[in-house]
Design a binder for this molecule. Structure first.
Ligand code: PGA
Length: 264
């Protein structure tokens, strides 16, 4: 059985004090509910990455950490930006790239995301590439080609070895945030099947099948199990429902009891 990735980006939330408070609750509650088939991950804002990573290591919590963005350049005159080597130095091993909030609010292009993916891998970071269709693209019936295009450009030029280090998250723009309507498990499964097909076509079946495909967009405790039950959904990328550590642990408990336990 593939290890299921279940994690969260805190977006621009949680100053250091709140981040560490979250970690304390995790240390109290996560060990009792976690199962080895699940790989938890946490993506704090830059200022909290290192302390959160160190806290999780100190408490021997088997969790990965990551950054929410980075620049593709190695270094230089890029005021306000953070490089891959700076992230690697914090102890984090993941970097989220191409979230729709970055594409839309900060004009991130597919080409820039591709450069970031290459830079991340050069520094031993695993890119978590987000792709997503807008409400209009969904209405026009072009969701599969939209996300396949985004993914192919993001992964362009990677070697087979590099691509196995990469994670992809399907995050429909219409499903994210307060106004979002979660994709039905069937809708998500349809897009994940299309993404899987494109991965196998580009990198061959063996590698294409290995790349974890996560779903994100209004994931919550009530839809997590049904989403994970779909073929080609290998993990969940959660926002609001996991910003409270107790909520995250409750979701993990539900997945272990209602999904993992039933598969064994
Ligand atoms: P949400 O965010 O779970 O709050 O909809 C998801 C995301 O942006 O990854």
């Amino acid at each position: 059985m593939k290890r299921i990735m279940i994690g969260t980006s805190w977006k621009m939330n949680k100053p250091l004090s709140a981040a560490l408070h979250y970690c304390e609750t995790l240390a109290e509650q996560l060990p009792a509910v976690l199962h080895p088939a699940i790989q938890p991950f946490f993506i704090p804002p830059f200022t909290a990455i290192q302390p959160v990573t160190e806290f999780l290591q100190r408490h021997q919590l088997p969790c990965l950490t990551g950054a929410q963005n980075m620049h593709y350049a190695e270094e230089g005159a890029w005021t306000g930006e953070i490089s891959a080597s700076m992230i690697a130095e914090t102890g984090a091993t993941l970097v989220e790239l191409g979230h729709s909030e970055r594409r839309h609010a900060f004009n991130e292009t597919d080409g820039a995301i591709n450069k970031k993916v290459h830079a991340a891998l050069r520094h031993g970071l695993r890119p978590l590439v987000c792709v997503g269709d807008s409400a209009e693209e969904k209405q026009w019936g072009v969701s599969p080609e939209t996300v396949i295009r985004q993914m192919k450009i993001a992964l362009h030029g990677l070697t087979a070895q590099q691509v196995t280090q990469t994670l992809v998250a399907y995050e429909p723009v219409w499903a994210i945030g307060e106004q979002g309507i979660p994709a039905t498990p069937q809708e998500a499964a349809g897009i994940h099947l299309a993404l899987r097909g494109a991965l196998c076509q580009c990198f061959g079946d063996e590698i294409g099948q290995k790349i974890p495909l996560l779903y994100g967009g209004s994931v919550n405790i009530d839809n997590a199990v049904e989403l994970l039950s779909q073929p080609n959904i290998d993990g969940l990328f959660i926002g609001r429902a996991a910003w409270d550590a107790a909520g995250y642990c409750a979701l993990i408990k539900r997945v272990v009891e209602d999904f993992i336990a039933k598969q064994q």
